[in-house]
Design a protein around this ligand. Structure first.
Ligand SMILES: [Zn+2]
Length: 434
């Protein structure tokens, strides 16, 4: 394969025609090395010995000039299907902002792909991407010594910095308290909507309830509830659950239980890899059927495994666990039945171990937001009159708010490097999220 090198600083044996003047220019600016053949552009990164390769058709499809990409709506305008499959730039060269590509036709134009954008989206080889926020902190019972917390005043401040702090902590720890919340349903609802739209379900929009079995669910009783996630019977269980104890009179009990499902899963994986794999594989059906007018079951009806993983990275992404809501299981595949019962026994033992359980007695004025895809919650039994309020917020609403605040308060390198010249309608056209 003949590589045409247009600007080169390397001694690697990839060139068939070598431009010495371009060498000197690239050296002076310390720019990446750029070359192309009939199908791909290759970029040799200046700070390492690695190369990334991008197909011409891929680059053409991702052109972000105003003709190919709507600068305000951030939507594609180019007709992908009219791009000749053998498209090839007439020229590529390294300039200080990025890879400058001249496209031959329809219409002929020049676009500069920022270096940081190219590096972020390298697919051959794939570059390890850092998540937009920092690593997750897994925790056990010792989190009680210093649980994540913010104040109501911070979260409600107009500059949104306190809100970012709150969402960042929820993302990092899977939950975060808010202290100093006025003990009214109205203030708690306002707090919930700081994250995003409240998700309306069969339990209503914003809930304000007592233990009167107003809805056919054990949440509306005084019974103890073991650690579980909510909505295992939904195709898309709620992302964030916020709750706030408004009052508890004429009785005691009702401590809140939180368990980091990711922490427990990490122990399970370490100690019992076969069980971990079984719980990652066997789908569990579930239902919500306590109201005659509603019958909720997930799509597909077979349900989802207890441990759900991201495609690609294989990272644990979601814990779904509510043994009370489980429906009849037939999906084991024969000999797995006893193995599965053994597996959930082991899982339950780790979940209920004193090392995993974080018990906290919430008092009026302290709300808690929990990532329902990761942290399980429960409570001890109680007596007396208890008034709780709270809401569900979809995982997409949570993520959208967190990411827009991260763009502002901790922009990634692509946004930092392109925002001064590529921001249209408040967002860089080269934002790495697009
Ligand atoms: Zn274009």
């Amino acid at each position: 394969m003949a590589w045409i090198v247009t600007s080169v600083t390397t001694k690697r044996d990839i060139s068939s025609s070598h431009n010495v003047a371009a060498d000197a220019a690239a050296d002076a600016k310390n720019l990446p090395v750029v070359s192309m053949d009939d199908r791909e552009v290759a970029i040799g990164w200046e700070d390492s010995r690695t190369w990334s390769r991008y197909h011409h058709i891929w680059l053409r499809d991702h052109c972000r000039c105003p003709n190919c990409y709507h600068q305000i709506t951030k939507q594609r305008l180019v007709n992908t299907f009219e791009i000749p499959i053998d498209i090839k730039p007439t020229k590529v060269q390294a300039v200080s902002e990025g890879l400058e590509v001249t496209w031959p036709s329809s219409p002929s134009h020049i676009v500069v792909y920022p270096w940081s954008w190219l590096k972020e989206h390298s697919y051959n080889p794939p570059v390890h991407k850092k998540p937009p926020t920092s690593e997750k902190v897994l925790w056990g019972s010792k989190i009680a010594q210093d649980p994540p917390s913010v104040t109501y005043e911070e979260v409600m401040a107009k500059d949104n910095e306190g809100l970012y702090k709150w969402l960042y902590k929820i993302d990092r720890f899977g939950f975060c308290f808010v202290t100093g919340v006025p003990t009214t349903a109205e203030a708690t609802e306002e707090l919930s909507t700081r994250i995003g739209f409240i998700r309306e379900t069969q339990y209503g929009k914003f809930w304000d309830f007592t233990s009167d079995l107003a809805k056919g669910d054990t949440a509306y009783t005084t019974l103890a509830l073991g650690a579980h996630t909510d909505n295992t019977y939904f195709t898309d269980p709620c992302g964030i659950q916020l709750f706030h104890l408004l009052s508890h009179t004429e009785g005691t009990g009702g401590a809140t239980l939180l368990v980091d499902g990711f922490y427990v899963a990490s122990i399970l994986k370490e100690l019992h890899p076969k069980i971990y794999s079984l719980l990652s594989r066997v789908p569990v059906p579930a239902h919500a059927a306590g109201e005659p007018s509603a019958l909720y079951r997930p799509t597909p009806l077979l349900g989802y495994p207890v441990l759900g993983h991201e495609r690609g990275s294989g990272e644990l992404a979601q814990v779904r666990w509510n043994n009370d809501d489980r429906s009849v299981m037939t999906s084991y595949g024969g000999e797995d039945v006893e193995e599965w019962y053994h597996a959930i026994r082991t899982w339950n033992k780790l979940l209920t171990s004193p090392d995993s359980e974080y018990w906290v007695q919430l008092t009026p004025g302290t709300a808690v937001a929990v990532n329902n895809h990761r942290v399980l919650h429960g409570r001890s039994g109680f007596d007396g009159k208890r008034r709780m309020c709270g809401a569900y917020i979809g995982v997409d609403e949570f993520r959208s708010k967190l990411d827009t605040l991260a763009e502002k308060f901790t922009p990634d390198s692509v946004t930092q490097q392109t925002s001064s010249y590529a921001t249209v309608n408040g967002r860089s056209i080269w934002s790495s999220a697009l």
